[in-house]
Design a protein around this ligand. Structure first.
Ligand code: TNX
Length: 722
């Protein structure tokens, strides 16, 4: 244990809460909190939770907690009149009074109280890493608080990347600390079925795994390994209970009737029978459930029956998005059904399917939730919840049609989007820095009446996980601090929100809390100008640097002034907050790319609208795409008019916008004379080969495919030659 015994005085008279409470009034005096505090009343779990957190700092060895003798107390009082999840927290010199109407309100008062304590209350450290704090001083204060929206959520896709039970439990803890109350669990998709269903064991025996010898192809960098996993029903029960204790409702999603490849490979009879190679947005074929096959509804009902017993949530999310409805055009069973129903367009079958699911769910006491595509469905109950993932117009459409709705607006709330241009992630919706999440208001641009406003239940952030395989801890990097901003959007009244103020609270206190929680959050890169002036994004974060072109580490020197050098191209900088590191940046203008005249040829046919010319013209941000799946032996050959002297050539494959369709099995060859080629490296996990310091001027570079790649097509970017 840390030998240091600290007595933490209230360093500042005010506390940097995130999310910001509705009303905070500081009073004269202070409260001294230590291990002798008595805790009175309160929900049993809430009290246990509070004690556990206090013990982390006041009694880390678990040997001296003795609350009965204390003069000070924390008392819980229940009243009838508070709004749901609302609370008041009054700190007097000798007592702390928490008042609430429900268990949730009590729990959120505890969260607010924890934020008044040293950040080490969030640390799970025991033994030598533990820290003992003898006592700390809290300012007297009166806080009255309640959420702006009843739905403050986080969505996680566990199909494209799998996250084990421990990860999910940690994630739930992090959500609770931010007063997030919904966890939307995207449990099935094309690339993995993640829940045990006793009646249909093949769903997890087959559908939970992908790899070269599996029914599901490798995808999203799972590579040559057998990759996957699932939750047993016992795991699910534990996770649901853990969430419920923390006031988090888990809404399971089963993505139907599209996005169903994992289901389709496990039970092939469920999909439409035809040979058309229709591709979904993600490039999958034969992933649409046959809506004309009556037995499918029996199977879906059996699945729902098992899960309704596990998930107490009111809503069950059944997907209904990005469905290749054209599949139904080629299926005799679906066509027969269309005739019977008098439908003229396959899209109408989407509404039919949703209606059937609604009725099945109702039998088990569940209400349907679906992506925005359900708005157009036939005669759905206005109890069904619409989850909007595009713009505010669709949110307007949902509430105009009388549906309750939640927004996961992709332009503001998709955590799989990049946080800045140089970072990893998608950009198809937008680049989404934390400021942009904060700037979002779920009610913006809407035409509202009081009734319609009530239908907007709130918002959630979404992490889709196609690009999550690396780097390590990338999921937390993508979620935090954007989720902190989202938490405040969902909780704090609009007129009390101010980004500069939020940012100041983050840097003064909340990064420290998150660091103690163990979150590997994102921090901004340093600002570096062409004159080598370097600035840390925040006063309490340092910038470290190297001068040999390598990545800075925690032991690299700290920048203390302007760096004077005649080789600025060798400098690399990164911001550090303890061991948390930003992306690495160089001095601007020092990496200039050469664009020597080149001719590009390939064994691959271009996809419609694509051409090799973008590679010859070095068009920034553009790419070449092949019309079909690459196979062993396929190549792309760049031949330079004149041999090129250079330091480095970066061969980057995959789409620049979504990072899909790169070379996952292949290598690059280089030639100095245009006839004999030598191997220059195999593609790495970033679908990239970097040729360092070629021995002679380079005449040609060849990309060679060595085996099936994960994408359904190949995508290549222009060479970067330095
Ligand atoms: C769209 S949002 C999808 C997901 C992808 C995501 C990638 C939605 C309902 N569908 O299947 O993972 O884009 O950003």
């Amino acid at each position: 244990m840390m030998s240091l015994t600290l007595s933490v005085a209230a360093a500042a008279a005010t506390v940097d809460f995130v999310p910001r409470p509705v009303s905070v009034q500081y009073k004269e005096g202070s409260f001294i909190l230590d291990k002798n505090v008595r805790i009175e009343g309160g929900d049993a779990f809430n009290v246990k939770y509070l004690k556990e957190h206090l013990a982390r700092v006041f009694d880390p060895m678990g040997d001296s907690w003795n609350p009965t003798q204390g003069k000070t107390s924390i008392s819980f009082v229940r009243v009838k009149s508070f709004p749901a999840e609302g609370y008041s927290l009054d700190v007097h010199p000798e007592s702390i009074i928490i008042t609430a109407t429900d268990k949730a309100g009590e729990f959120y008062a505890i969260q607010t109280l924890l934020q008044m304590l040293p950040a080490q209350v969030y640390r799970r450290a025991t033994g030598p890493d533990a820290m003992l704090i003898r006592q700390c001083t809290l300012p007297c204060v009166s806080i009255v608080d309640q959420p702006r929206f009843s739905w403050r959520g986080s969505m996680l896709d566990v199909s494209r990347s799998f996250f084990d039970k421990e990860y999910i439990l940690r994630h739930l803890d992090f959500l609770a600390y931010h007063k997030i109350n919904k966890f939307h669990w995207h449990l099935t998709d094309d690339n993995g079925w993640r829940v045990e269903i006793k009646k249909y064991p093949r769903l997890t025996e087959i559908g939970a795994w992908r790899g070269p010898d599996e029914a599901l192809m490798p995808a999203y960098n799972s590579g040559e390994e057998r990759y996957g996993g699932f939750y047993t029903q016992q795991d699910l029960k534990e996770i649901v209970a853990y969430a419920a204790e923390r006031n988090i409702e888990i809404i399971p999603e089963f993505d139907l009737p599209g996005h169903s490849k994992a289901l389709a490979v496990s039970y092939p009879e469920v999909v439409c029978k035809h040979d058309e190679e229709l591709r979904s947005v993600q490039g999958e074929t034969h992933n649409v459930i046959c809506v004309g096959r009556e037995k499918n509804y029996v199977m879906l009902e059996n699945i729902i029956k098992e899960l309704a017993a596990i998930f107490p949530s009111k809503y069950f999310h059944v997907g209904v998005e990005e469905v290749v409805t054209e599949s139904w055009k080629h299926c005799p069973d679906c066509q027969k059904l269309m005739k019977k129903l008098g439908y003229t367009d396959e899209k109408q079958l989407l509404g039919y399917f949703t209606g059937r699911m609604e009725k099945i769910l109702a039998k088990y006491g569940k209400t349907l939730e679906g992506w925005e595509d359900i708005i157009d469905g036939d005669e759905l109950s206005r109890n069904d919840l619409v989850l909007v993932w595009h713009n505010q117009n669709l949110l307007q459409k949902a509430i105009d049609a009388g549906f309750p709705a939640v927004t996961q607006n992709c332009y503001y709330l998709y955590f799989d989007m990049k946080q800045s241009a140089a970072e990893r992630g998608h950009t198809w919706a937008s680049i989404i820095p934390v400021e942009k999440v904060y700037a979002f208001d779920p009610l913006q641009g809407l035409e509202l009446t009081p009734e319609k406003e009530k239908l907007v239940k709130g918002l959630q952030g979404g992490l889709w996980t196609e690009l999550l395989f690396y780097p390590p801890h990338f999921s937390e990097y993508q979620i935090f601090p954007r989720l902190c901003a989202l938490a405040e959007v969902g909780w704090t009244p609009q007129d009390l929100r101010d980004y500069a103020d939020f940012d100041a609270r983050m840097t003064r206190a909340h990064f420290e809390r998150m660091w103690n929680m163990g979150i590997k959050f994102r921090i901004p890169a340093p600002e570096v100008d062409a004159q080598c002036n370097v600035r840390s994004p925040y006063p309490n974060m340092v910038v470290r640097y190297t001068f040999d072109g390598t990545e800075p580490t925690v032991s690299s020197p700290v920048v203390t002034g302007r760096i004077v050098t005649d080789q600025p191209e060798k400098l690399r900088f990164a911001t550090f907050y303890n061991d948390v590191k930003s992306i690495t940046v160089s001095v601007p203008g020092t990496t200039r790319y050469l664009e020597p005249a080149t001719h590009v040829s390939s064994s691959l046919e271009p996809a419609r609208g694509y051409s090799l010319a973008v590679l010859e013209n070095y068009e920034p941000g553009k790419n070449f795409r092949s019309s079909s799946l690459p196979k062993k032996g396929d190549y792309v050959l760049y031949t330079f008019e004149e041999p090129v002297s250079c330091k480095r050539i970066t061969v980057q494959t995959a789409d620049p916008v979504n990072n899909f369709f790169g070379v996952t099995q292949g290598h690059v060859e280089v030639s100095f004379d245009g006839t004999s080629f030598r191997n220059a490296g195999t593609f790495d996990m970033y679908n990239r080969v970097v040729i360092e310091s070629p021995a002679q001027p380079v005449k040609a570079v060849k990309i060679v495919v060595d085996g099936p790649c994960e994408g359904k097509m190949l995508s290549i970017q222009a060479l970067k030659i330095e």
